[in-house]
Design a protein around this ligand. Structure first.
Ligand code: ADP
Ligand code: MG
Length: 265
């Protein structure tokens, strides 16, 4: 189904994955059904679908936070459990989940602390990451002194701190106002282009998915299936003007119609 933009080995290979919650009970939910997709090094992929279609479940299966009911997931050829041990990925959630009693720098250093980096290394790495998200001057601030957009940038800096090749992002800008979200989209693309990470980005905003991605994976609810993978052939770097291109509207329409078709099953 998915086109293959590169002949290289996939970073993530998902084959025939199903996830059934409360299997066999009256409350059984087929959250994922026969999910099949390969994601290649350096790709920016969005998962889009209405609330409850299984986007977070799929991300959690990839991140080894949930076992699939059946099917196969490989990350760099390894099981999700091994990839987790090897710290192959960083995660960013909708809520920034920062510790209010730690400074911004200390929040970014947290994963490095857990990994046993020295204090000097931690400090230097955190500063580097804060500069990457343009918060170089805010290391000594506390999270509650920052705006929602800035807090999300701190969460991104923290996820990038140990330099994972893969970023899993679950509606990271979902709680931000539209204007801040558009700026964060540009910021994220700049970081992606600079760091060459593979990004899997969950959203329920059609415009956001088209603006950011090379491919948009469209999901349908109950059971959560992939209905289509839309190739986004807009050039990079993408800018504020990208959203005004006729091709942008065509692609947004394509994703929207795919979502609508999926709903009429
Ligand atoms: P999305 O992120 O696309 O909004 P989710 O992946 O969170 O959707 O949920 C997909 C479906 O699985 C929903 O119907 C949800 O209620 C159900 N679900 C998610 N997690 C659990 C769980 N731990 N136990 C039971 N049902 C769950
Ligand atoms: Mg979700």
């Amino acid at each position: 189904m998915a086109s293959t933009p590169s002949a290289s080995t996939p970073v993530i290979s998902i084959k025939g994955v199903n996830k059934i919650f409360k299997q066999g009970s009256d409350e059984q939910v087929i959250a994922l059904k026969d999910i099949q997709v390969d994601i290649f090094p350096g790709e920016f992929i969005s998962l889009i679908g209405p609330s409850g279609c299984g986007k977070s479940t799929l991300l959690r299966v990839i991140a080894d936070l949930l076992p699939p009911t059946n099917g196969d997931v490989k990350i760099n050829g390894k099981t999700p459990a091994q990839a987790r041990l090897d710290r192959d990925y960083g995660m960013v959630f909708q809520a920034a989940t920062l510790y209010d009693w730690r400074t911004v720098s200390a929040n970014v250093q947290l994963p490095l602390e857990i990994m046993g980096y020295s204090a000097a290394e931690r400090k230097q790495k955190a500063q580097q990451m804060l500069e990457l998200v343009e918060l170089g001057k805010f290391g000594k601030h506390y999270p509650w002194q920052l705006s929602g957009g800035m807090q999300q940038r701190v969460a991104i800096a923290r996820a990038l701190a140990f330099d994972p090749p893969l970023m899993l992002m679950d509606e990271p800008f979902g709680a931000l106002d539209e204007f801040t979200r558009e700026r964060m989209n540009l910021e994220l693309l700049r970081i992606w282009e600079q760091t060459k990470k593979t990004v899997i980005f969950v959203t329920h905003s059609i415009a956001e998915s088209v603006f950011l991605s090379q491919r948009v994976v469209v999901m349908s609810p109950r059971p959560g299936r992939i209905t289509k993978v839309v190739d986004i052939d807009l050039p990079y770097p993408r800018t504020f003007e990208t959203r005004e291109l006729p091709r942008f509207f065509e692609l947004v329409t394509d994703v929207r119609e795919t979502l609508r078709e999926a709903h009429s099953y």
